[in-house]
Write a protein that binds this ligand. Structure first.
Ligand code: GLC
Ligand code: MG
Length: 626
């Protein structure tokens, strides 16, 4: 409609020939602007260009009357351009724990290839592999020693090529994890850099002299606990590490470092990967002054995140990377962006941004210091997600996610212990597949996998659990309390093996698994859930099949309902004049739905699996159409 008005105005111009050129160009520009913006634009001209008053005000009126009604037409025009990655499902694989093919107890690339049929059956169009490069594996691959080699634990480069080829046949893209903030201290780059102060790579990391008393340059604490500085005897200098001491930060100020990183990304594009996840990207730029921060715990240190995340100038580096790597290539990107607020999204994603999507953290349970983490209320989670939905409607696109390899399982994280776990899992999946954006499903989430139930700190494997435990003790907590924080937030919660069936090791491995299989694997697994129509997996499949063919869910507008309710997540999706209504109850309290609404609405799904009832019951997920 609006487009027609513009064309109409252009024709008038040709006929009358009195519109000045700049106005004409501006009018041309508005072809793709949504209706309300066009109205504002036109009103502006009514005010400023008296001469045009007649023509334009006529256009304004038409636009006000027809524009709203035609909103959907505008979306439909856009819909034809919706890229595949906006319509698909991304599935995160933690390779060590997905499928072991050779009985060594560790998942591997061949194992992933064997499971492509399963992934395709879930309509997965992209698999994100957490790092599979050569690595000493002290942070399970996030300590890369060589980006050009595959970790022998996972297989060979030939296995990787095979996976890429087979994935393509299953219409699945492979997303690689680029860990560009740091590398392993065993990488050739670091080994050379630390030799002395004059070698060719001496400036590839962040080296600083000790303070006169020999202590670290400042009081920053690494994200995995302890000082963010480690002393090297060879250079008699400290190097900076945002994470563990074996993960030295790269010096992005050095153009050679940046070029080396771009070369790596381009190498993987050449190999045929279709997407990248950018690890810990907010830390690559350091502030110019390395000053102390106010201590935030009994150790007298301050979390490095508060001092370095999103430092001024970071976007210059990222724009350069975009130019050198992503521009003009058929790849999409999602960046881990802890601390970027929805209002800043416009600088990071969308037409003038640097990535396609950003993983925000504001809606997640947990933070960098576990003993002082406050559990977020349903309302806070809702507000964070709703804010992102609103912002990404203007800029970029939202990657919807609740779980990943660093976070606890959502059935434990978002619901009281008394909640029915099947309903809880379905509730999260309902949001995941019906919010506006690309869903990122984490392995096992589709089954309702749960947190570990380990009762001793010795059972925990990942390094952050150990350091958070030590930090809590230092802060004065009792061992039982410190253990409780670990149980709640440990990254191991998400890292137990994928549960495929009720057989040995849940079908994950024929050998001894590197990490224990969850004891609930006999009930929660793919094979068992596949034949139970009320299972979490059955719910996943129902929703995914529905989503696949629903333009409303794929690209419809998103609008909150019951925005101030403390317990219910509710929103409306609209496209082509039709709507879908989603209600998810995060509490035990039941709420009634209006008679009026119930008369018009058709129930499509209820996680209770029964007929239409005019209430949202405890932990129920319900979807209606008009
Ligand atoms: C990211 C990863 C996490 C890793 C860290 C350091 O946060 O998701 O697993 O330990 O970066 O690379
Ligand atoms: Mg193996």
């Amino acid at each position: 409609m609006c487009r027609h008005i513009c064309l109409h105005i252009q024709n008038r111009r040709r006929i009358k020939g009195f519109l000045d050129k700049s106005i004409f160009r501006l009018i041309e520009k508005v072809h793709n602007i949504v209706d309300h913006k066009l109205v504002n634009f036109l009103v502006h001209y009514v005010v400023n260009q008296k001469m045009l008053k007649k023509i334009i005000s006529c256009a304004v009126v038409s636009c006000v009357f027809f524009g709203c009604a035609q909103k959907e037409e505008v979306s439909m025009q856009k819909s034809q351009k919706l890229e595949d990655w906006k319509k698909t499902i991304c599935y995160e694989i933690y390779p060590s724990s997905f499928q072991d093919s050779d009985g060594d107890g560790v998942g591997d690339l061949k194992g992933i290839t064997q499971r492509l049929d399963y992934l395709e059956s879930l309509n997965v169009g992209c698999i994100w592999l957490t790092p599979v490069y050569a690595s000493p594996m002290r942070d399970n691959g996030y300590d890369v020693s060589d980006f050009y080699q595959i970790n022998p634990l996972y297989g060979t480069m030939a296995d990787m090529d095979e996976l890429l080829q087979q994935a393509k046949k299953h219409h699945i893209q492979v997303m690689m994890d680029l860990v560009f903030n740091h590398v392993s201290n065993e990488s050739a780059w670091f080994l050379e850099s630390k030799k002395n102060r004059t070698n060719p790579k001496s400036d590839w990391f962040i080296w600083k002299d000790p303070k006169p008393d020999g202590s670290a340059p400042n009081n920053w604490r690494g994200i995995f606990g302890g000082s963010a500085w480690t002393f090297s005897e060879e250079r008699r200098q400290y190097y900076l590490h945002t994470f563990a001491d074996f993960q030295p930060d790269l010096n992005w100020e050095n153009p050679e470092v940046r070029q080396a990183l771009y070369d790596i990304a381009n190498f993987w594009i050449q190999k045929g990967v279709g997407a990248f996840r950018m690890d810990a990207i907010v830390y690559i730029k350091k502030p110019t002054d390395f000053r102390n921060g106010a201590p935030d715990a009994a150790d007298g240190l301050t979390l490095i995140h508060t001092m370095t995340a999103n430092s001024a100038g970071i976007l210059d580096f990222l724009h350069e990377m975009k130019r050198e790597v992503f521009d003009g290539k058929n790849v999409f990107t999602v960046a881990e962006a802890n601390g970027i607020l929805p209002e800043d999204l416009k600088f990071w994603v969308g037409d003038s941004g640097v990535f396609d999507m950003l993983f925000e953290f504001e809606h997640l349970q947990g933070s960098d210091i576990w003993f002082s983490t406050k559990t977020r209320s349903t309302k806070e989670i809702k507000q964070a997600i709703f804010k992102s939905e609103k912002e990404t409607a203007k800029n970029g696109w939202y990657p919807v996610f609740f779980e990943n390899h660093d976070k606890p399982r959502s059935v434990n994280a978002y619901f009281p212990e008394t909640a029915d776990k099947t309903l809880a899992a379905k509730a999260i999946l309902t949001l995941l597949f019906t919010l506006r954006g690309t869903p990122f499903l984490y392995q096992g989430e589709e089954l309702g996998m749960e947190n570990v139930t380990w009762n001793s700190i010795d059972c925990f494997k990942e390094l952050n659990s150990k350091s958070q435990y030590a930090m809590a003790l230092k802060e004065g907590f009792l061992p039982q309390e410190a253990l409780r924080f670990v149980q709640k937030y440990s990254r191991d919660n998400a890292r137990t093996p994928m549960q495929w069936n009720a057989e040995k090791n849940a079908g994950f491995s024929s050998g001894k698994s590197w990490i224990p299989v969850h004891e609930n694997y006999k009930q929660i697994n793919v094979a068992t859930e596949n034949v139970n129509e009320n299972s979490v997996l059955a719910w996943t499949k129902k929703l995914l099949d529905f989503r696949k063919n629903s333009e409303i869910l794929l690209q419809g507008n998103w609008e909150p309902i019951l925005e101030n309710d403390e317990n219910i997540f509710a929103y409306k999706r609209t496209f082509g004049g039709k709507s879908i209504f989603v209600f998810v109850n995060f509490s035990e309290k039941e709420i009634a739905l209006e008679e009026n609404f119930m008369q018009k609405a058709k129930q499509i799904f209820s996680s209770y699996g029964d007929e239409k009832k005019n209430a949202i019951r405890p932990f129920e997920s319900k979807i209606f159409a008009d």
